[in-house]
Design a protein around this ligand. Sequence first.
Ligand SMILES: [Zn+2]
Ligand SMILES: [Zn+2]
Length: 350
Amino acid sequence: MRSYQIVEWDKPLELKEQLTPKPSGAEVLLKVDACGVCHSDLHIRSGYFEMGQGERTYLAKMGAKLPMTLGHEVVGEVVELGPKAGEIEVGDKRIAFPWIGCGHCQTCKNGDENQCSSPKFLGTRVDGGYSDYLLVPNAKYLFEYGDTPTDLAATFACAGITAYGALKKCGPLDADDHVLIIGAGGVGLTALHIARALTKAKLIVADVNEDKRNAAATGGATATIDSSEKDAVKQILEASSGGVAAAIDCVGMPTTSRLGIDTLRKTGIHVIVGLYGGAMTIPMVLFPFKQMTIRGSYVGTLSEMDELMELVRDGKVPPIPLTPRPLHEANQVLDELSRGEIIGRVVLKP
Ligand SMILES: [Zn+2]
Ligand SMILES: [Zn+2]
């Protein structure tokens, strides 16, 4: 098989040709149809996350080992089964849930594999889908996607479940409430679309990029705000009649999170999912004054994936803009993504 791997941190991916793995035990081999290119792939390729004040946290210290095939938004066709694979058949088309834990700890036993501290996440800890084949450890991580177009289906494994997991942490929302989505990239646009299926709340999207704001307006945003403008906070407060019930920061920079926190109404919830990095200072009195909650969210659980895919199969989540590109352009696409040039999602096709 042909895979694009991180061989050295912070260097371009390298094409590696190796024997296609044979599934054993409960494993399932997928022939990859498409693999989404996620913003976090940039961080994984570089091998670190920015912690602010010049500090970094390194993936190598978190247990990641090289070489490793990148890619965690995979959709493909089942081509071979291990002897204990269970109820799945060759020819089945499936999305792979990549947020797989060790399987042994109490967190994994509770079903919260995305929270496992010894993760086996596909494409961030073990080989992923920038490849023509992907080995999945168990059929329970594979989801049907019905009539959803294959390329779009891929995006639900990360952009979709990340957005869904964040929206579920926004608390109960009613039709008069406003939710602010910060960053209209793949996750932000997906959050907008899933939010429309989950809630009647009004949805405000903030981004610095005009094309991304236009994509959000087309996708059903009640208002779009240029977050680079000096009075962005005032504009959001006006658009939300005094403050948003919840904000989701899909970027994860100090400035983007500050925008969310400054526009929360009292008792508002600010959810950070973006991994851009950095560190921020928050005035302590804001916590009691606003009675606010700031929390993080990382992808979602297997059962949340099940709930999300039910919405997807029912046709309740409209597509985000998608651009298919050949797998061999993986490095080029990552570079374009790092320059903020990509609208929606690029999916790599082997
Ligand atoms: Zn991702
Ligand atoms: Zn575990």
